[in-house]
Ligand binder design. Structure first.
Ligand SMILES: C[S@@+](CC[C@H](N)C(=O)[O-])C[C@H]1O[C@@H](n2cnc3c(N)ncnc32)[C@H](O)[C@@H]1O
Length: 276
């Protein structure tokens, strides 16, 4: 298997050619099937140059289930996949990513809210939707669902990640670089292979490379593939963003020490109580 490359092709077709159990971690934001007609005006409209983001919803969800199951097969036991999506509305009715995530082979480990602090649509049908979701999916080892604890140094991070979308990137829907950086730093403790099946401008490849891992990318658009390759070659230019994210992953106490100091505090209170 050759790593550190981008396949310029359809995701599902390419995933089927990957061997089983070769990927340690995946991160992606697929096309959302937004059927975008109107634009609220606060953020740029997402129009891909090759892919038309408009298919019947049933077909879209069935494709996503197949894609996610192929990724599950290609992922090693104990590996994770982080899937960024959002709540959408069709004829007034909410469509939730859980509608198809529960149909996949993955264990659903966590739902993270990405508070983007800005709404894509400024109409008043609902309260302004400023968030997207990131699903942490897990492939258990020997059917052990719990998996390993995160290292203590990530303990400052909560399940709400707050930061505006990326604005300095010509791709219509790029990840901000801190996002895949945070994920890789948090779950990949040894050198591994990071997959992005819809790699777009190559953000996941940049993060993987700068953090000392290998990457695999897929995108259907030739121009995005070419731009992503070039960007990954010059990844060092974005090192400052990686360093800023790394600086957030520092705590003074381990989980065990925190638990212990809490236990001692509660003992102190019990002694005080009995003295009263
Ligand atoms: C939301 S963007 C991903 C952006 C990426 N996270 C980044 O940081 O730039 C989704 C990407 O999926 C690609 N795409 C859409 N349909 C595809 C398909 N069937 N196979 C492969 N890529 C596809 C689009 O060209 C687009 O670049």
């Amino acid at each position: 298997m050759i790593f550190n490359q981008i396949f310029c092709s359809d995701t599902l077709k390419t995933l089927k050619t990957l061997p089983s159990n070769c990927v340690d971690l995946g991160i992606t934001s697929p096309p959302y099937n937004k059927r975008e007609k109107n634009n609220g005006g606060l953020v740029k409209k997402v129009i891909y140059s090759t892919y038309k983001d408009s298919v019947p919803e049933r077909k879209y969800q069935s494709n996503q289930v197949q894609v996610l199951n192929e990724i599950y097969r290609a992922t090693k036991e104990g590996g994770s996949f982080f899937y960024n999506h959002k709540l959408r509305y069709l004829n007034g009715q909410m469509i939730h990513p859980m509608d198809w995530l529960r149909k996949t082979d993955w264990l659903l480990k966590q739902e993270i809210i990405w508070d983007r602090t800005i709404a894509a649509n400024i109409r008043g049908w609902r309260f302004w939707q400023v968030e997207e979701r990131i699903y942490w999916l897990y492939k258990p080892i020997n059917k052990q669902a719990i998996g390993k604890e995160l290292n203590s140094k990530h303990a400052k991070l909560t399940s709400i990640w707050r930061a505006a979308p990326e604005n300095h990137n010509p791709h219509p829907a790029p990840f901000p670089l801190w996002l895949p950086t945070r994920i890789i730093l948090s779950v990949l403790n040894q050198r591994g292979v990071v997959l992005d099946p819809y790699i777009g401008s190559g953000t996941v490849g940049v993060a993987a490379k700068l953090l000392g891992h290998d990457y695999l990318g897929i995108d259907i658009d030739k121009n995005y593939c070419a731009d992503a390759k070039q960007r990954i070659e010059q990844a060092h230019l974005e090192q400052d963003i990686i360093d800023r994210e790394k600086a957030l992953h520092v705590v003074s106490k381990t989980y065990q020490e925190r638990k212990e100091s809490k236990r001692l505090k509660s003992l102190e209170y019990t002694v005080l109580d009995t003295n009263l």
